[in-house]
Structures are given as C-alpha cells and as structure tokens.
Design a binder for this molecule. Structure first.
Ligand code: TRP
Length: 341
C-alpha cells in the first residue's frame, strides 16, 4: 500500500524514488494485492484554502500513474476521500497517540517550519500521521514503498498498531517500509544541486516536460564549479549530472548514445582524470532521460484525451478499496467493542 498527495505534477524524484519501484513490484507477482492511494484528504491538511488545486491534481496524478505503467488491472488505484472507513479508523487511532509524540515526528516538525505553522497548527495537519496510519492499516498492508522522508510516518504507524493490538487484541498488521536499493534514487537532488527536487524550489524536471524543456534543464544543471576547461580534472561527487546518471543510466544506454564508453565507471574515471567536457556528459544524460520519458509523455497525452475513463477507473478502485477497508473496520469495531445492535 502506498500513495501520494495530489498537489501538482510528479517529477523525476517521484519517478526514481517510488513510481518506478511500484511498477517493478506490480510486475514481480510477489504481492497478493496492491493499493495505491491518491491522498486528497491529506493534501487538504495543508491546502484547506485551495481545494481547487487538490481537485485538479487528482486527474494529473492519476495520469502520471497510468502513464508510467501502473496498471489499473493489477493495482487498486483509489481516492482517499471516497473511502470513509479511513476517517473512522483515524478517529479511533487518535486516542492512541499523544500531541507531544506528533510534535516530535521529524517529518511533521520540518513541515511545520516550512509552512510557518509554528504559532497556529491546524489540528488536521498535526493529525495527518494518524490518518496515514489508518490508510496503511485499513488494508493490512505488509509493505509500504515510499521515499526516505516517510520513514517517521511508518514508525508512527507501527507504534499505533502495537498499542491497538495490545489494548484490543491482535487485529492490525505492522507494515515494513520498502526503500529503493539505489541510494541515488532515495533523494534525487534538484537540477540546481540543492538537496531535494521540489516544486517550491523550482528545480524540478517533470514527467510531463517536453523534449525541449528537458534538454534545457539538463544543460543548465549544476556540475563541478572547478571543472572549467575540458582538460581540468572533474569531481563526480555532488555533481548533479553524475548523480542523475547513477539513478537513470543502464549499460545498454552506452551502446545507444555513447558507444565510446561501456560503463558508468569508465565515464566517471575519464571525467575525474580530465579531458571530458560537461556538455558531452549532459548530452548523454539528456538522451537517456528523453528515451525514458518519451513513451511516458506519449502515453500521458493519449490518456489525457479521455478524462472520463480515468475517473471511472478511480471510481472502480475506490469501491474495491472500500470493500477491503470495510472488512478491517468490522474487525476493529468488534475488537474495541463498538457494536451494540
Ligand atoms: N504522506 C504521503 C506523501 O506525502 C502520502 C500518503 C498518504 C501515503 N497516505 C499514505 C503514503 C499511506 C504511503 C502510505 O506523499
């Protein structure tokens, strides 16, 4: 089980950090069922003044999902607000968490700072980790593939599960976080070299960027400021172009776009010793990214022609998710004793 907030288009950080991994999991056949949630209610916890943005982003997010290869026949893709059991579960869980524990959640802490919520924190915002615990446990999820920043949410979830099971009996399942094995994919830096690709920093490459925009963005990437002449030795650590190559490049890409080399290590060695210019490496990265993104872009364009069909898929997924959540809620109510007639 996993999900995203609908607050805008997805970028390459989302792609390597989670989307590509989800498609791999979906096709591995290792999972009985996969739930992917568009977290519109969670998005409202810090966008309550702009519901139109959230509403519009639901379709955008679904288009991103289906165009990268998430298959609605293999995964249940649904919308959080359409599964009311998640709210009910959140309300029961709120009694199992303290305000001070939520304030200590590192993700919540940094988000409070980012949004200048220090003086007046909306209750819904502070409680969103509790609601996320409900999202996960409603489906008795065993694995949650997410980015590194979500680890505190999973810890919070597991504390709630343990407390619930200890108080009311063994009903809930403790989930495990599933992180990408490639450390460069865990947190893709922005094209400016800042630690994180993020919309508010304006340093993203979006899945929907056209070929020209993509090329321009790659050409403007931060490299090694001391690598001035081609003959200068260059640094690959902290060099965004090489970080992206670590995340995206496969040996087959050399045959296709840069046959003078056969592995990334070879390319890195040449850059380190001097004699390899940034423009050439950037051109290589731009070719790779375009090769990966062009079928996604095409599929997105195709799917975007029929939004009704996309909403129908989400509706069907939401019904399926509701059935699954209902089963857990029946057990939860019985365990707590909230069943009188
Ligand atoms: N917090 C996640 C994000 O910021 C979205 C999310 C909501 C989620 N509920 C979830 C992720 C449950 C995994 C599991 O994108």
């Amino acid at each position: 089980m996993t999900g995203d907030r609908p607050t805008g288009k997805l970028h390459l950080g989302h792609y390597v950090g989670s989307l590509r991994e989800r498609v791999r999991l979906q096709d591995s056949g290792d999972y009985e069922e996969i739930f992917i949630m568009i977290a519109d209610m969670q998005a409202l916890t810090d966008n309550a003044d702009d519901p139109a943005k959230v509403q519009k982003s639901i379709l955008e997010l679904a288009l991103d999902y289906f165009s990268v290869g998430i298959d609605p026949e293999k995964c249940t893709v649904f919308v959080q607000s359409q599964v009311p059991q998640l709210c009910e579960l959140t309300f029961y869980y709120m009694n199992l968490v303290t305000v001070s524990r939520l304030m200590r959640n590192p993700t919540v802490k940094s988000e409070i700072q980012m949004r200048n919520f220090e003086k007046s924190i909306p209750v819904g915002f502070l409680a969103y980790p509790v609601s996320q615990a409900a999202d996960i446990t409603a489906f008795k999820a065993t694995c949650v593939p997410v980015g590194e920043d979500q680890i505190p949410m999973l810890e919070q979830t597991n504390e709630i599960v343990r407390k619930f099971n200890a108080l009311y009996g063994e009903v809930l399942v403790e989930p495990k976080v599933l992180l990408s094995k490639n450390k460069y994919c865990l947190r893709l830096p922005g094209i400016d070299g800042k630690a994180k690709m993020s919309k508010s920093l304006g340093n993203c490459i979006y899945l929907s960027d056209d070929e020209k925009t993509l090329k321009e963005k790659v050409m403007s990437m931060f490299t090694d400021p001391e690598h001035i002449k081609i003959t200068d030795p260059g640094k690959v650590e902290g060099n965004v172009v090489f970080t992206y190559l670590e995340a995206f490049c496969a040996d087959e890409h050399f045959k296709m776009f840069l046959p003078e080399y056969s592995t990334l290590n070879e390319l890195k060695e040449h850059y380190r010793s001097g004699g390899l210019g940034d423009a050439k490496v950037k051109k290589f990265l731009s070719d790779i990214l375009n090769y990966i993104l062009s079928p996604i872009r095409e599929k997105r364009k195709e799917l975007a022609k029929d939004p009704t069909r996309i909403y129908k898929l989400l509706e069907r997924g939401s019904k399926r998710a509701e059935e699954a959540a209902k089963r857990t809620l029946d057990e939860v109510r019985r365990a707590i004793g909230v069943c009188y007639f």
